[in-house]
Design a binder for this molecule. Structure first.
Ligand SMILES: [Zn+2]
Length: 285
């Protein structure tokens, strides 16, 4: 855990690059249990100076404009780019001459994208005058994306891909942070025995220790990731190392639930002070 001075004064804190004026939160209608309006209210409370607006899902919102402009060719080009952004082999690119390919389909999550490639495509679709430094687009999506861990070289499904736009995957929230090992062992055994119906009961039994699809805690967990997107935009800093901070990118489901959903869930002292500075500070020069 990082140690910070007991008394946080301005001199210890980075200065925000920008004051956020507009935050657009794009809904994902395919995610059961997601309450995007509630998430937007949470962000509006955290950033009273910003206008937080909920929009339809990102692709529908942007493609409608293309369709109005008669951009069928553009849509065809985008489709090709989405295909190229898909992961077709889970083996790290540097190891592909040494190891046999691993099909992404083996994960059972449908199409999987390289996070930054997907982000770059979505950024292309954004209106130029909505892309100034004081605006942030947060795209909630059930699409699955990830990248390769720099140290282990394993492919990791991710929850967030921070930047403009910031992508937050609701599927990644459930499939990214590791489930308890005993859950995975039992689930594999049940799948082998064809006990698919019992797997739902298993997920229920493990509810205190792992999120499931349609889980009532999804929106709460997304609050932390949306704050992460805001802090990255304002300060250029990624997730927090402190596992008790809501800006922590949890490696396991238990860690995720603890840092986002426990009664005393909150930001670490440093990030609390940075958020207050962002919400109340003077405009940067
Ligand atoms: Zn923190």
């Amino acid at each position: 855990m990082l140690k910070w001075p007991a008394i946080m004064t301005d001199e210890h804190l980075p200065k925000p690059w920008t004051r956020l004026r507009h935050v657009f939160v794009y809904d994902d209608p395919d995610t059961e249990g997601l309450n995007t309006d509630a998430l937007a209210r949470f962000l509006a409370d955290a950033l009273p100076q910003a206008e937080v607006r909920v929009r339809n899902d990102y692709l529908t919102h942007q493609l409608r404009r293309y369709a109005e402009e008669g951009g069928e060719e553009l849509i065809a080009q985008l489709t090709g780019q989405f295909t190229r952004a898909q992961v077709d082999n889970l083996v790290h690119p540097a190891d592909r001459g040494l190891l046999p390919p691993e099909a992404p389909a083996d994960l059972g999550l449908g199409e999987i994208y390289r996070g930054q490639a997907l982000q770059a495509i979505l950024a292309l679709m954004m209106l130029a005058d909505e892309d100034s430094l004081d605006q942030l687009h947060i795209v909630l999506t059930s699409m699955v994306f990830g990248d390769w861990d720099e140290h282990t070289r394993d492919f990791r499904v991710r929850v967030g891909c921070l930047g403009q736009p910031s992508l937050i995957s609701t599927t990644g929230l459930i499939e990214g942070p590791a489930r308890p090992r005993d859950f995975e062992v039992l689930r594999t055994q049940m799948a082998v025995m064809g006990l698919d119906e019992d797997i739902a009961d298993l997920a229920e039994a493990f509810e205190p220790r792992a999120l499931g699809y349609g889980d009532r805690r999804i929106t709460t967990c997304l609050q932390g990731y949306a704050l992460m997107a805001i802090m990255y935009r304002a300060y250029g800093e990624g997730p927090c190392e402190d596992p008790t901070c809501r800006l922590h990118d949890a490696a396991t489901q238990e860690e995720l639930i603890e840092c986002q959903c426990s009664e005393d869930a909150g930001l670490c002292e440093r990030h609390s002070a940075m958020l207050v500075a962002l919400a109340t500070g003077v405009d940067p020069v």
